[in-house]
Design a protein around this ligand. Structure first.
Ligand SMILES: *Cc1c(COP(=O)(O)O)cnc(C)c1O
Length: 361
């Protein structure tokens, strides 16, 4: 077997131990004689799987009891619509636009009400996080929205914005479970799971109970009301059973490794290896302002697009794959989520050094 180091932004690398465990249980989920894929979502076995997944996540994130954990299909992008449909009672919400995903969420919300762009970093191709300590919050804003880690641009909020009492809604797709968070500071934390947790096809939304009401925008489908998920333990209809099962395994894997404090420390170590090299290299440069650097997504360039292409191609031959950057940034991007081992980052830097020696004039 020859597994590569996969630096994809998402769907992304998963812990090898988890994949092996799932492989072992593929034909016979212990005692059931069937695969989780073949199992009724109303069965005792699956009920245990979904409840344990939620419990472990609650433990990992220390989620307060007045927050609901909802498993929702449609990925993070469906949340871009569900959030305004469920929360925009005054038909106004404030958006901090720090990249493509925040922009998409803002555009989506604009279809349902007055989505106000209160800050942006578009002026410098989203290479930094704007100062959000004293934002011009709209007087009747139902919530303030951020994308906490910008997957494409490699920036991360280091302090949360001052929302002046409005609920904070945060897309954490690409930093989910990468470090401890204080859930009580948020109204909603949500993310697609395919970046840092599990397979594609699902989002997890952690929603403060008082924000889940029947008072939603007219025409909001049953399947797009948070209340539907809350009232039916995320099983009003058939959920993404296999994804929930895999996420549950990853939660246990994180717990076994010591939880989110330990993940944070390991993620800082991994990111430092790469950033330290980038700061010392004469060939490669990071594209993000230092204070805004993400621990999860690290974009870098040589400044010469044909050399970038050569790097991406030769790295793949060396077993380091999916390093091509997003088309709006160019160059390269290394996504180094929880499941990327430190050895993968060391090997990447080793290869970058070699490449620099040969190609730098
Ligand atoms: C990938 C990503 C999304 C989109 O996720 P889908 O599940 O494909 O809808 C949204 N936000 C962020 C920050 C992402 O990284």
């Amino acid at each position: 077997m020859s597994r590569v180091y996969n630096f994809s932004a998402g769907p992304a690398t998963l812990p090898e131990e988890v994949l092996k465990e799932a492989a072992d249980e593929m034909l016979d989920y212990p005692g059931s004689g069937m695969s989780v894929m073949e199992m009724s979502h109303r069965s005792k076995d699956f009920e245990r799987i979904i409840n344990e997944a939620e419990e472990t996540l609650r433990e990992l994130m220390e989620i307060p009891s007045n927050y609901k954990v909802l498993f929702i299909q449609g990925g993070a992008s469906l949340q871009f619509a569900m959030i305004p449909m469920n929360l925009m009672k005054n038909k106004t919400a404030d958006y901090v636009v720090t990249g493509q995903w925040a922009k998409k969420a803002w555009q989506e919300a604009s279809m349902y009400g007055n989505a106000v762009k209160i800050a942006s970093s578009e002026d410098k191709n989203y290479s930094y996080i704007p100062d959000c300590s004293d934002l011009m919050i709209s007087p009747d804003a139902d919530y303030v929205y951020i994308c906490e880690n910008n997957t494409i641009y490699g920036t991360k909020f280091k302090t949360l914005p001052n929302t002046k009492g409005r609920p904070l809604v945060a897309d954490v797709s690409s930093c989910f479970l990468s470090e401890p968070v204080d859930v009580s500071k948020y109204g909603i934390i949500f993310g697609g799971v395919q970046k840092n947790i599990g397979p594609a096809g699902m989002a997890i939304a952690i929603v403060r109970e008082d924000l889940i009401t029947e008072d939603v925008l007219i025409g909001t489908p049953t399947m797009m009301r948070y209340k539907t998920y809350m009232d039916h333990n995320s099983m009003y209809n058939t959920p993404n059973c296999y994804c929930i099962y895999m996420c549950g395994k990853v939660f246990k894997w994180l717990k076994k490794r010591g939880g989110l404090e330990v993940m944070k420390k390991q993620n800082e170590e991994k990111a430092a290896i790469l950033y330290d090299y980038l700061d010392s290299s004469d060939l490669f440069k990071g594209t993000v302002q230092k204070e805004s650097r993400s621990l999860m997504n690290v974009p870098f360039i040589t400044g010469d697009s044909s050399l970038d292409a050569k790097f991406v191609k030769e790295a793949a031959e060396y077993g380091l794959v999916n390093l091509k950057g997003h088309r709006t940034v160019g160059g390269m991007r290394a996504s180094i989520y929880n499941a990327m081992p430190k050895e993968g980052v060391i090997k990447l830097v080793e290869f970058m050094r070699q490449f620099e020696e040969v190609n730098h004039v």
